[in-house]
Design a protein around this ligand. Structure first.
Ligand code: 0A1
Ligand code: ZN
Length: 863
């Protein structure tokens, strides 16, 4: 038996251009599982129908499987061979055959969490992208769609609940305390959407009546004791179902919709047809254990997976290069949903912050790729911020260019035309063109070119008329040295700052050229320019504006996103100046923050976002060479100065009683967010009473949002209250894994100078484990995002992360590989750090038996 997850000596690269349609289709598949934690017997019966004109062997992909027996049309068949880990069955000149294969798999030792695995005594599956081949031999490509009939049998005491996709059509008792259930999914689907769950679970049941009047039974399955934490997820599910009907005209198509929460999961959740499987993190929430942000995460991910039922399941992807077809579109859909459920302006700010924090650096580094990649070695490495978040921005731009009605005509056409098919990004664009009546020839470059476009702006004046000159460049990225200009929607407005004269109201300009001039109208003096309003295009705008203009826009722009941007830019300019030892304009920042704070009562959520200082990483992104220590000092100094100057306001915000933790209205969430920001500013003043104040909030908090914010503030300092609060928190939540994750996370985030050592010590803590991806991310993911700590000059942070990758890779290559990108940013740092980072990447690559996942990420990161 070969272990296919180990990298071959020469990594195999799969190219998008090499796509060939499948030679065999499998319209029907019957699976029979004799379930056991240690050992599960799988019998698969594939009804194969030849699609190729000429005879071709049936290629069934496998990963770590050995066929116990192969039968064709009921008779034992010997005309097969192994090709590496795959099974090749020679069917002669047959055009159809039923191919049966028996295999034995071992869920308990499946630490990769791909295929069938055990988590907390239950069995569950994860098949996207290529996990089905770890369960049974199968073509395992998304353009092979089958109707599934699945028989699950197992010990009744151990697995009282047996779930799979679709509808349960029969069940019964077996021998020796076993029972069985037969599930049938009428909708043809690719193997990556197959799922089963077997275990001791309890359910929160509800129902939803669809727009055509069909009643759907909803179930959220969790472990005993967690039921009370499923109500928010259930509400989110029902809201999602309604929203998709209202906004996209999409109705649910089965009689049941089940969600199962599992604690060991590589990603956030999975959209398996009719049986979504979730990381517990995105299902369980109650005010005592989940923050407002956690609540929003649950709502967004429940919506995301539900929306996949149409954008992903009914219309799926032809091949994995088309991943953004389902992911970019579905992220756009979940973002729009969350905006509608809360504040659209705040949601847009949050989404742009994520894009800038995760996707822009990816696009500027060695792992940059277009939203539709051209090649990969391991597809798991392409579930990226580029495919997801930039992909969503690309869909959003099409929606902006078309407007809501024409966009809806485009999506209707897309869903109707490709229902039941495995489609391509090109199919989506064509539906937009035909449904929306637009030519997107040039726009297609967003699918082809990587790199974040830059717009260089200058204002010009000719006889009282003002013009905006825009020069567009797209930076070179690996394999793409030269780029062509992109088509994009740019929303802008111009204001006369003195209040007199003309103003150019919100205008949508379609950029197409490398250089373009936009008339702004007549202004007596240089107008204040509001540009890329609502972040209409995912680009970097390079436009120098005086502090006075930015402060004016921060106060007066009628687009809330642009107000936020103006204040952020003002802060950023001051921080970047401070890092290079220049004065910057602190007073302008303090004045603008003060004026923004004056609106706190009306819209606390927006104000909280707007007055937050840009992150250390984002400040670094503006610099030629990132200086982590100087950035930290500059940011802390500005935070302290704002804290001091507006101390009265911060104290007043905290002086008002906090809203009840059970109040999850946008207003209450906004007030809590602002209180957290106020506490951070106060802490930055270094005033003596702040630790006691934070400890008071920590102790009296009636919910996790306030408790965690206070704990995080304390964790930055070195007060006695810090140790005390961490201990109280640990003792209270040591048996609640999701909350214990927060305990690891706040310490890994700490601004203290001993954080590297603290993280190293936490990795040895009895509650730390490599077996649980959430725990790994809560410690190491948070640490790698802590810029000054991770980039500690002696390289200890790099070593720590590389040690993790090396230890984790043999167990869970997918999660290990996701930890590599921070080391790949070496080009952005000074030569000493560059050398240290590269040494660690090389050390990782030198490990014998390194996975394909980690090999690809580490080797590309060195280039
Ligand atoms: N399609 C899922 C993401 C996902 C991808 C791979 C996984 O394997 C571990 C799990 C989930 C989504 O977009 O939510
Ligand atoms: Zn998705």
């Amino acid at each position: 038996m070969t272990d296919a997850s180990s990298a071959p000596a020469v990594p195999v690269t799969i190219h998008r251009g090499d796509y060939r349609p499948p030679e065999w289709q499998i319209p029907d598949i019957a699976l029979d599982f004799a379930l056991g934690i240690k050992e599960t017997r799988v019998t698969a019966a594939l009804s194969a129908v030849r699609a190729a004109d000429a005879p071709a062997p049936l290629l069934l992909r496998g990963d770590g499987l050995t066929p116990a027996e192969v039968r064709v049309d009921g008779a034992v068949w010997n005309d097969w061979r192994m090709d590496g880990s795959d099974l090749v069955v020679d069917l002669g000149d047959r055009t159809a055959a039923t191919v049966e294969v028996d295999t034995l798999i071992h869920p308990a030792t499946n630490t990769q969490l791909m295929g069938l695995y055990a988590s907390n005594g239950m069995l569950c599956t994860q098949c996207e992208a290529e996990g089905f081949r770890r369960i049974t031999f199968h073509p395992d490509r998304p353009d092979v769609l089958s109707r599934y009939r699945v028989r699950l049998a197992g010990d009744r005491a151990r697995f009282p609940i047996l779930l799979s996709n679709g509808n349960c059509i029969a069940s019964g008792e077996g021998e020796d305390g076993t029972h069985w259930a037969l599930w049938e999914d009428p909708w043809p689907k690719p193997s990556y959407l197959f799922a089963l769950v077997a275990g001791d679970l309890v359910v929160n049941r509800d129902s939803f009546t669809t727009m055509s009047g069909r009643k759907v039974d909803l179930g959220i399955w969790v472990r005993d004791g967690d039921l009370d934490r499923t109500h928010h997820a259930m509400a989110a599910l029902k809201h999602s179902m309604k929203w998709d009907e209202e906004v996209y005209g999409r109705e649910y198509d089965l009689d049941r919709f089940n969600i199962v929460a599992v604690s060991d999961f590589n990603m956030g959740a999975m959209e398996n047809k009719g049986l979504n499987i979730f990381n517990t993190r995105y299902i369980l929430a109650d005010p005592d254990t989940a923050t407002d942000m956690d609540y929003d995460g649950v709502e967004g991910v429940v919506a995301h997976e539900y929306f996949h039922n149409w954008s992903g399941n009914r219309v799926t992807c032809r091949d994995w290069f088309q991943l953004s077809l389902k992911e970019g579109f579905t992220v756009y859909r979940d973002q729009s949903f969350s905006a509608a459920m809360g504040s659209p302006a705040v949601k847009r700010i949050e989404d742009v912050r994520v894009l800038r924090a995760a996707q822009f650096p990816e696009d500027a580094g060695p792992l940059a790729h277009p939203i539709r990649p051209d090649s990969y070695q391991e597809i798991s490495n392409f579930y990226t911020a580029t495919v997801y978040n930039k992909g969503a921005e690309v869909i959003r731009m099409m929606a902006t260019l078309l407007g809501p009605e024409r966009f809806r005509r485009g999506t209707d056409l897309y869903f109707d035309r490709h229902d039941g098919e495995a489609a391509t990004c090109e199919d989506f664009i064509r539906a937009m063109e035909e449904g929306g009546g637009i030519d997107l020839t040039q726009f297609r470059r967003w699918y082809e070119q990587a790199g974040t476009p830059k717009l260089h702006l200058t204002l010009a004046q000719e006889g009282g008329e003002w013009f905006l000159d825009i020069v567009q460049t797209v930076p070179p990225t690996p394999g793409q040295p030269a780029k062509a200009p992109m088509m994009m929607p740019l929303r802008l407005a111009a204001f006369a700052m003195d209040g007199g004269g003309a103003a150019l109201p919100d205008t949508l300009v379609t950029l197409t050229g490398a250089a373009q001039r936009v008339p702004l109208g007549a202004f007596a003096a240089r107008p204040a320019l509001s540009v890329n309003r609502g972040f209409s295009a995912p680009v970097i705008v390079d436009y120098e504006r005086a502090p006075g203009e930015l402060a004016w826009l921060a106060a007066h722009d009628d687009d809330p996103f642009a107000r936020y941007e103006a204040l952020q830019q003002l802060m950023l300019d001051t921080l970047v100046a401070a890092v290079s030892g220049e004065a910057g304009n602190r007073d302008a920042v303090i004045g603008a923050v003060a004026r923004t704070l004056a609106g706190a009562a009306d819209d606390p959520a927006f104000v909280a976002e707007a007055v937050l200082l840009p992150s250390e990483a984002f400040i670094g992104d503006q610099m030629v060479t990132v200086d982590p220590d100087a950035i930290r000092s500059a940011r802390m100094a500005l935070q302290g100065a704002i804290g001091d100057a507006l101390e009265g306001q911060w104290r007043a915000i905290l002086g008002n009683p906090a809203p009840a933790a059970t109040d999850l209205s946008p207003a209450a969430k906004g007030r809590r967010r602002l209180r957290g920001v106020a506490l951070a500013y106060l802490a930055a003043t270094g005033k003596e009473d702040v630790a006691a104040l934070a400890f008071g909030i920590f102790s009296s908090a009636d919910g996790m949002t306030e408790r965690q914010a206070a704990l995080a503030t304390l964790a930055h300092g070195d007060s006695d209250e810090r140790a005390h609060a961490l201990d109280i928190f640990y003792q209270r939540y040591r048996d609640d894994p999701l909350v214990l994750d927060k305990w690891f996370q706040v310490q890994a985030w700490s601004l203290r100078s001993d954080t590297v050592a603290a993280v190293a010590a936490l990795a040895q803590h009895p509650d730390f484990t490599l077996a649980n991806p959430n725990r790994v991310r809560s410690l190491y993911g948070a640490f790698a995002a802590n810029q000054a700590a991770f980039h500690q000059a002696d390289g200890a942070g790099y070593r720590l992360l590389a040690d993790l990758v090396i230890a984790l890779d043999p167990k869970n290559p997918q999660t290990a590989a996701r930890m590599i990108p921070p080391l790949g940013r070496w080009k952005r740092f000074d030569v000493a750090r560059q050398a240290l980072m590269k040494t660690e990447l090389e050390r990782i690559l030198a490990q014998p038996g390194l996975s394909r996942d980690t090999t690809e990420q580490a080797s590309k990161s060195l280039m």
